[in-house]
Design a protein around this ligand. Structure first.
Ligand SMILES: Cc1ncc(COP(=O)(O)O)c(C=O)c1O
Length: 432
């Protein structure tokens, strides 16, 4: 398997041999092997990206669906973002002091998401969810945080548990979970611990847990119940922020207002940014000197001018295209249904999930009943099948994870046609 890929990626093979000598597992983000290592190969080393395409060290070209972990909604190497970064480089990179661009970027974010009445910047999504949950604990004087099973909120200790089926790993501390899209499971969790619960954190659309969009009553139920019991609701919009519309998916698309929101990825224009913010009375506790405040914030590289420059340029571009989101979302919907038709015809156990431009593919041992939950999906997931599916896509020149990833404004019909062909090859190989 993957003989053609291996033949065409000799330089990547050499780099991989060196990488495994210096990095644990050869990588610095667990998913960056793209399953290729489990199929007896290695990931390609990428040197360049432009629009919807990337190139590896051996010169192979791929249609990219991973798009820098969903960050590059404008496409790689967007001219406005590139020029903004070049202009900043001329001035120097970072001074560890206030800069004008952090104010400009925050004002733009606040105009798009007025619910962020006060916010803070940090360098990663993981930090932003760590600080948001810390503030929730400080504010409520309660200790527990609840998250959806399969929800990925970054690597911080408060939230890195119950990520993979059977979801039985012990939280590092003070964490509980419920099944996404399952109101009963949520209510059961509440019944056991609502008096100790500081906050519920949830992605409006479950990302790593399967690209699952919310059932109509799910997010409103979470809001109603958390409000009733004095529990803070945090929307982790690190994937969905500026992804489905110019702003918050939770508020604009699903009509639910949380107490706090976290952002990252797109808001930083593909550079390192985490944002957390929302209610003023909660965010007040991050202000040094406030009564009852504890230490929140820091970060040598927070408000890094390069990230600020990229974020401003990206949001300006996206603001110009705010009416075009519906077209991008429709492109995603149509593509997902093409994929599902193909899976129905060829491989009954494939499924394309997501919403708008977010496109996950799962390979399953059995068909799955709706509504989708991470629990149900992970119980039927054919992990080896998915690894093989992704690896063959890569061999066919399509770069993606979680089956695929996300579309950008730079993807074209010919990218999608090439991808459909790669999926056909891939499913044929799975049937063998
Ligand atoms: C929903 C969500 N929250 C948090 C994170 C963590 O962000 P980062 O990787 O920037 O630490 C991610 C990253 O993939 C994410 O998808």
């Amino acid at each position: 398997m993957l003989e053609r890929y291996k033949k065409n990626t000799q330089k990547s093979a050499e780099l991989w041999d060196r990488a495994v000598n210096v990095f644990s597992g050869g990588i610095n983000h667990n998913i960056r092997t793209f399953g290729l290592d489990r199929c007896g190969a290695y990931p390609p080393f990428i040197v360049r990206g432009d629009g919807s395409h990337i190139w590896d060290v051996d010169g192979n070209e791929y249609v990219d669906f991973w798009m820098t972990h969903y960050s590059q909604i404008l496409g790689h190497n967007n001219p406005s973002v590139r020029e903004a970064l070049q202009a900043q480089i001329e001035l120097g990179c970072h001074f560890g002091a206030l800069n004008e661009s952090q104010v400009i970027l925050a004002e733009k974010i606040q105009r798009a998401i007025p619910l962020l009445r006060k916010m803070r910047f940090c360098s990663t999504g993981s930090e932003s969810t760590m600080y948001a949950t810390r503030l929730a604990r400080l504010f409520s004087k309660k200790r527990l945080i609840a998250k959806a099973r399969g929800g990925w909120h970054g690597g911080n200790d408060s939230l890195a548990f119950h990520l993979k089926n059977p979801f039985t790993d012990e939280p590092f501390f003070d964490g509980v979970s419920f099944d996404y899209n399952d109101r009963e499971s949520f209510d059961q969790m509440l019944a056991t611990c609502k008096d100790d619960l500081a906050a519920v954190i949830v992605e409006p659309v479950l990302g790593a847990g399967g690209g699952i969009s919310p059932e109509p009553q799910f997010l409103p139920h979470l809001r109603e119940q958390t409000e009733k019991h004095g529990i803070l609701l945090i929307f982790d919009e690190i994937i969905t922020g500026f992804r489905l519309c110019y702003g918050s998916a939770g508020v604009e698309v699903y009509g639910v207002e949380p107490d706090l929101i976290t952002l990252g990825k797109i808001a930083g224009g593909g550079m390192h940014l985490g944002v957390y913010g929302g209610r003023e009375d909660v965010m007040e506790l991050a202000k040094p000197g406030t009564q009852d405040s504890r230490w929140v914030g820091g970060g040598t590289f927070s408000s890094h001018p390069m990230a600020m420059a990229a974020g401003i340029a990206a949001l300006d571009e996206l603001h110009k295209r705010r009416e075009a989101y519906s077209k991008l979302n429709q492109m995603g919907e149509a593509f997902r249904s093409r994929l599902n038709t193909l899976f129905d015809e060829r491989s009954p156990f494939g499924i394309a999930t997501g919403i708008g431009s977010i496109i996950f593919v799962s390979i399953m041992k059995n068909k799955i009943e709706l509504p989708l939950t991470a629990q149900k999906l992970s119980e039927v997931l054919d992990k080896e099948g998915l690894d093989r599916f992704q690896s063959i896509l890569m061999e066919e020149g399509v770069f993606g994870y979680h089956g695929l990833g996300a579309l950008s404004f730079a993807h074209s019909e010919s990218d999608l046609t090439k991808t459909i062909h790669a999926v056909e090859v891939s499913t044929e190989s799975l049937q063998r």
